[in-house]
Design a protein around this ligand. Structure first.
Ligand code: GGG
Length: 358
């Protein structure tokens, strides 16, 4: 069996606390199923690294990481030391762009035992996935300032939508929809306000839909879609959106199902030319960092997505993924629980409980 090389980068804040729990669960499940995972730890993408080196990553990060099968990532951001836009563009966004991780899969599921802030919802009612475009759109860093600091100051920030970029995320999203029982794709744009880029996205959506006659599809303006997430989330199955809209929807979705503390994500290079990256949706949460109270479920669920992706449908990996998900569900249903779910358990206790259930 192949040995998979995993680059481990906890980053900052609660990333440092949730990562050991994901590794604990991976250790248990890989032993049980005979899956060979080899880890190398990197102190990059952290405020400490930035203070020592004046940048978030070494110059040769691409060469050092490109031979890995996956990157397990905690969280980036420590604004007391590095401004957020510098830490994000200096690490995570570099990985997504340079490793062409153009798909960001973010499942949203109401889990047993998790109190739902929306009325009359039970597990199974909310179960969809946000497919976020991950390399272009609103996140392109093109633009600039002129007449800085004067009354004539002008700031411009561009968005970029390429045919390749739009088509490949739509194709992937249609394929995900096709693989699910409901076979339903919803696209989020804002074509009345952003009247150049978003009608283009809609146009490509319509073209792509013709190749997937078995998938029911619809399009929503982003503003009303956010209302529908709250009022009637049951209607969604697969949601596809641009980089910024997908980011917002994939925080809103988990909030509607109880907590962002359990929301995982997979930044995928589907062709496997480069390592894919697996991380919780949540950030470094400086307000609760250092207290061992963060919910490790999002990190552990992200690690489960990594195992599934590495396995490409092969039996031991699929069984390992199922074990991890069952242990997560069992723990959420019966405890222990962290404070975001009304409990008193520590990060470590939840990680230990999930590992013990495998
Ligand atoms: N684990 C995810 C993380 O650290 N996120 C920080 C963040 O601000 N991300 C913005 C984004 O995903 O676009």
């Amino acid at each position: 069996m192949k040995t998979h090389k995993i680059a481990v980068m906890a980053g900052d804040g609660i990333g440092v606390e949730v990562m050991p729990e994901a590794l604990r669960v991976l250790e248990t499940v890989s032993k049980k199923h005979g899956i060979a995972l080899e880890y190398e730890t990197f102190d990059w993408s952290s405020a400490d690294y930035y203070q020592k080196h004046g940048q978030m990553l070494p110059d040769d990060w691409f060469e050092q990481l490109r031979g890995f099968d996956a990157i397990l990532f905690g969280a980036v951001g420590w604004p007391a030391v590095v401004p957020d836009h510098i830490s994000l563009w200096g690490s995570l966004l570099k990985f997504r762009r340079e490793f062409d991780q153009y798909i960001n899969m973010r499942p949203v599921r109401l889990m047993p035992g998790v109190p739902c802030p929306l009325a009359n919802k039970k597990p199974g009612d909310i179960d969809f996935v946000v497919v976020r475009e991950n390399t272009e759109g609103e996140y392109t860093n093109l633009g600039g300032r002129i007449f800085e600091g004067t009354e004539r100051e002008v700031v411009i920030q561009e968005s970029v939508f390429t045919r390749t970029g739009v088509d490949r995320v739509l194709k992937y999203a249609f394929e995900v929809a096709q693989s699910r029982p409901a076979k339903h794709l919803s696209s989020a744009t804002k074509s009345n306000g952003l009247a150049i880029s978003m009608p283009y996205w809609d146009e490509r959506l319509e073209q792509m839909a013709a190749q997937y006659p078995d998938v029911r599809w619809d399009k929503h303006h982003i503003d009303i879609m956010t209302a529908r997430f709250v009022l009637n989330p049951e209607q969604f199955d697969v949601v596809v959106a641009s980089n910024l809209f997908g980011d917002i929807l994939s925080d809103l979705g988990p909030a509607c199902t109880g907590t962002v503390g359990i929301a995982p994500s997979a930044n995928l290079n589907p062709e496997r030319r480069f390592p894919s990256l697996f991380e919780p949706v949540h950030g470094s949460a400086p307000d609760i960092a250092g207290k061992n109270i963060a919910n490790p479920v999002a990190m552990i669920w992200s690690a489960a997505m990594m195992v599934e992706f590495l396995g490409q449908g092969q039996a031991p990996y699929q069984a390992a993924y199922t074990d991890m998900m069952q242990a997560i569900e069992h723990c959420l249903a019966q405890g222990p629980r962290t404070a975001d779910l009304g409990g008193k358990a520590t990060t470590t206790e939840v990680g230990q409980a999930i590992a013990a259930m495998i």
